[in-house]
Every structure is written in C-alpha cells, then in structure tokens.
Design a protein around this ligand. Structure first.
Ligand SMILES: NC(=O)c1ccc[n+]([C@@H]2O[C@H](COP(=O)([O-])OP(=O)(O)OC[C@H]3O[C@@H](n4cnc5c(N)ncnc54)[C@H](O)[C@@H]3O)[C@@H](O)[C@H]2O)c1
Length: 332
C-alpha cells in the first residue's frame, strides 16, 4: 500500500509517536494531513516544534482541530479524500486518567468514534488505531498475547483504549473497513512525552533532583524504541487485514525499574538520587509483549536493545533545551 504515494491522515501527528510517523511518511513521498489540537497535557510548544520542519512542505497539511468536535473533523477528513487514517490522537497516561476520567472518555472513546465514522464516510482503504499494552491490565499470564481475554483494565485510560478497540472491531465488521489495532508497549526515544518515566527520570537525574520510584523498584516494563514502533506501524498500514486484526508492538524483553535507573545513570554519566514512594493506583505491575504474531504477519523485528536506545535518547536529551521555546501556530 505504501509503494505508491498515498494520502494519509495522522491524528495526534504533532505528538511523540505521531510526529515520528509524519517524518517517515513525508520522507517516503506521501501526502499527510496532521490533525492535532495542541492541548497543554504537556508544553504545546514542544508539539509545534515537532512538526515545524514540515510547515513549508507542500505535501504536509495541518488541521489544528479537536477530535471531540465532530462537526469540524468529519467534513475536513472527507474533503481530504484520504486513503489511510492512522489514529494516534489521545489523552495518554494512566495516572492523570484517574483524576479526569470524563476527559479521557470524551477524547479516547468518543473521539475514536468520530474518526471511525469519518473513515467510513471517506471510504478509506485502511484504518490504523494506536492502542496500548495497558488494555491487558492485571493479566496474570505473561507474555501478553493478542489471544488473552481483556477484561481487567485497571485505569480509565486503559478502559477507554479497550473501548476504542471494540469500536474499531465493530466498524471493521459492519463496514468491511480494513482495520488494524496496534498495542504499543512503553515507547521511548527522542521527543518522548515528558511525563513518561525515562524522560522524567533523565531530567531529574541531570538536575540532581530525586527520582520518585513507585513501589520497591521491581515493577517491569517492556520498553520499545520509537524506530521499531514506526517500522511496525508502517508494516501494519501495508498489512491486508480482512477486515480486522490486532497486533502487539513491543520489544518483548522486560526491564526492571531498578535496572532502568541503573542504565540511565550509565548513559547520562550521573548518579540518581532515589525517592521510594508507595505503588500508584492504576499502575500495572508488569508489561511484556508476545510479538510472535507481529513477527509472523508484519515481519516485525525490534532491532534496538534497551542500552542502545537509552544512549540515543540521552544524546537527544542532552542536545535539547530543557523547555523548547513555544512556537506559535502558523496558518496553513
Ligand atoms: N508513548 C507510549 O509509550 C504509548 C504507549 C501505548 C500507547 N500509546 C498511544 O499512542 C498514541 C500516541 O501517544 P504519544 O506518546 O505520542 O502521546 P502524545 O501526547 O505525545 O501524542 C498525542 C497527540 O494527540 C494530540 N491530541 C490529544 N487530544 C486530542 C484531541 N482531542 N484532538 C486532537 N488531537 C489531540 C495531542 O496534542 C498530542 O500531540 C496515543 O494514542 C497513546 O495512547 C502511547
């Protein structure tokens, strides 16, 4: 599907994962419509900076719009005549979803419904949905497989991603719209969201401030480097789903929190001060992706070991100003 130039909508295209995908799609000669509301979950200036290199590219179009606003989103997407929609816009993050579950529901569930509705109306050839490992919740069985039952989400964020998946399945089934759900496992790398552990910890370590460690440091995560996630996402766009498929995209190697901090110390060349805190509600004890299905059907092979990925992240961070100066919107 990506052999020939396509018209592709990327929602959340100014965010961490979305902006990397936009870079790759434009480099591949495709046309991209980036839909993003530049909200202040983190500094919107960072998001403007993420897409700034493309602003003069005639194949790049920006719709600074909120996916909750169906009256704006629907006609905009239909009139763009996209071949493909990659839906990544969401309120991300587990902990803030505990304090504002309604916002998470509106953006992640209702917003996804708006995108699916527009995709059907625009007769797209492929819909790709960015879901999360958090849908596995407190699943006892590891590694997490796409075959596992999914009824144990433990945060509103996870529940809204699960709802989004269910909507994708029903729309794919009812409208025969080829649809792929991707369950991302803790993604890291340059431009990573500042609220995520690796980015947050690294800044604290560099600033000589204590790193809050929730629990005893034995929780485990399957950290996945951004380039591997983008390779898997591009393969998913090309995958002929009939009509619906779901894939885990993870590194399939778990790293203990204590080990992560040790590796960060190594790549940053600084010691961490650790501040032990109680486990946070909503946090799952471990994530671990079974990626056999993605390997078999997408040719997905994560190529970045954690030490190497952290070193690349550290290099990016040390060459980035702590607060990217907010860039204003430019009309497009
Ligand atoms: N980063 C991870 O580790 C990870 C893991 C699992 C799943 N995911 C999912 O991947 C996707 C991208 O995550 P990310 O880490 O790049 O987050 P991000 O916050 O950097 O990117 C999301 C983008 O969506 C935009 N957005 C949010 N609400 C919107 C709205 N109402 N209308 C339009 N745009 C809106 C934001 O402004 C942001 O630019 C999300 O769906 C997230 O749930 C991420």
């Amino acid at each position: 599907m990506l052999d020939t130039p396509r018209r592709i909508v990327v929602t959340g295209g100014a965010g961490f994962i979305g902006s990397h995908l936009v870079d790759r799609l434009l480099a591949g000669g495709h046309q991209v419509l980036c839909v993003d509301d530049f909200n202040d979950f983190y500094n919107p200036g960072v998001k403007w900076a993420n897409i700034d290199p493309h602003r003069d590219n005639p194949r790049f179009l920006l719709a600074p719009a909120d996916i909750r606003d169906r009256e704006t989103i629907r006609p905009f997407i239909i009139s763009y005549h996209p071949d493909i929609i990659v839906h990544l816009a969401a309120r991300a993050g587990v902990r803030p979803s505990l304090t504002d579950p309604f916002l998470y529901h509106e953006v992640n569930t209702t917003g996804t419904l708006h995108l699916l509705d527009a995709a059907v109306a625009a007769r797209v050839k492929k819909f790709v949905f960015g879901s999360s490992s958090s849908v596995y919740g407190i699943n006892e069985k590891v590694p997490f497989s796409e075959e596992d039952p999914l009824l144990t989400p433990i945060s509103p964020y996870a529940a809204t991603k699960l709802a989004g998946e269910a909507l994708c399945h029903s729309f794919a089934h009812l409208h025969r719209m080829p649809t792929v759900t991707l369950r991302f496992f803790t993604v890291y790398g340059p431009r990573q969201r500042p609220d995520l552990a690796i980015h947050k910890f690294a800044r604290l370590i560099l600033g000589g401030r204590p790193v809050p460690v929730f629990g005893d440091g034995t929780t485990r995560r399957d950290y996945t480097y951004i380039d591997d996630i983008i390779a898997g996402t591009l393969a998913a766009i090309d995958y002929e789903s009939d009509p619906y498929e779901v894939f885990n995209l993870g590194n399939s190697r778990t790293v203990e929190l204590r080990e992560l901090i040790r590796l960060l110390e190594e790549v940053l060349g600084e010691n961490a001060l650790v501040d032990l805190q109680p486990l946070q509600p909503g946090d799952v004890p471990r994530t671990w992706a079974d990626i056999k299905k993605a390997e078999r059907l997408l040719g997905f092979r994560p190529a970045t070991p954690i030490r190497e990925g952290l070193a690349k992240f550290a290099e990016w961070l040390q060459n980035t100003t702590p607060e990217t100066p907010p860039l204003g919107p430019r009309s497009v």
